[in-house]
Write a protein that binds this ligand. Sequence first.
Ligand code: THU
Length: 158
Amino acid sequence: MKKTLAIEYDEYASKGELPIADQELIEAAQRATEGSYSPYSHFRVGAAVRMKDGTIEIGSNQENLAYPSGLCAERVALFGASARYGKDCIIKALAIAAVDGEGKAAEASPCGACRQVMIEQEQRQGCNMRILLPLNDGSVREYNSASDLLPFVFAAEL
Ligand code: THU
């Protein structure tokens, strides 16, 4: 039997249609690209997470000559935030922004490994996190939960 899976998400024509707190989060992700260490890909990614107490924590991609040793911006931000805060619903939202090798704003839809980590963060904290992605045409996509981004996520009783 064939089955179909659909996901729902929102798109806003411009950042200005979002609540101020979300606009700030996107701007923090854009600023966070400045901390990127990306001499190999020249693709600068910034991530910003909105914590339960309103604080914003940031991360950026950190590459390494031994390529797999580097880490994406999202995981730098998420792991850093969860190392510093408690565990109950600590992260409310995550914004991701990028700048390409020519210095132009670029889209950075999160990679599969980051999606897996985002979902486990939701499971750990017992709450979803919204994900905000500024797109190249100036619009913003919003997912309500990381679980919308990775159907059939790896799950096991270990
Ligand atoms: N990267 C991120 O930091 N986040 C993403 O969502 C996609 C890719 C990084 C990894 C690498 O440093 C560079 O972007 C190019 O792949």
